[in-house]
Design a protein. Structure first.
Length: 53
């Protein structure tokens, strides 16, 4: 079971489209990579590297 990480100031911002975008600060606090290709992933995951040719 994954631990609950409360959201605090600086953990996200709203994009111009109105979506919540999590920052590197939040990802580091969470402690793992979800492998979803997050915009601010500090773990170096590259979603494009997994695409089959």
């Amino acid at each position: 079971m994954k631990k609950y990480v409360p959201i605090e100031d600086g953990d996200y911002y709203l994009t111009p489209e109105g979506y919540r975008c999590f920052t590197e600060q939040y990802h580091l606090k969470r402690g793992y990579c979800c492998e979803s290709g997050c915009r601010h992933c500090p773990y170096g995951f590259d979603k494009n590297a997994l695409k089959k040719k």
